[in-house]
Write a protein that binds this ligand. Structure first.
Ligand code: 5GP
Ligand code: ZN
Length: 114
């Protein structure tokens, strides 16, 4: 737990969030400013600031995170498709420096993204 990290505070229960998934390594919760009819964030319970900080020891956890995203999409009926987004550093729009993957669904998406 990193004391000034918003997502660590959500994991610790210090800030409320609408949970959609939880296991021993991963938490999923609704984004507070949804950019689609369904918008959740998947985070590791371990504080890792950016994707650049991932090591080999995180491989299984990150695989589990992606499988959790697919399980949530299935559970939410996003059968037509969904988008996973991971913003790394400032130019990509990363606001919270605790790794998270956005799961967006319930509408169509353009390519390339903005
Ligand atoms: P980033 O821009 O870092 O990829 O995404 C951060 C996301 O966290 C944003 O989509 C933002 O809406 C979401 N967010 C920021 N603060 C909170 C919060 O307190 N609770 C929840 N549930 N989401 C948050
Ligand atoms: Zn954190």
């Amino acid at each position: 737990m990193e004391k000034d990290c918003l997502f660590c505070k959500i994991i610790a229960g210090e800030i409320p969030a609408e949970k959609v998934y939880e296991d021993e390594r991963i938490l999923g919760f609704k984004d507070i400013r949804p950019a689609a009819p369904f918008h959740a964030l998947l985070i590791p319970k371990e504080h890792i600031p950016t994707f650049n900080d991932l090591g080999e020891a995180h491989d299984a956890m990150m695989g589990g995170l992606l499988r959790a995203a697919a399980a949530i999409a299935r559970q939410e009926g996003l059968d037509e498709g969904y988008r996973l987004v991971g913003n790394c550093l400032k130019a990509a729009g990363q606001e919270v420096y605790h790794i998270h993957v956005h799961l967006l669904g319930g509408r169509g998406f353009n390519w390339p993204p903005g």
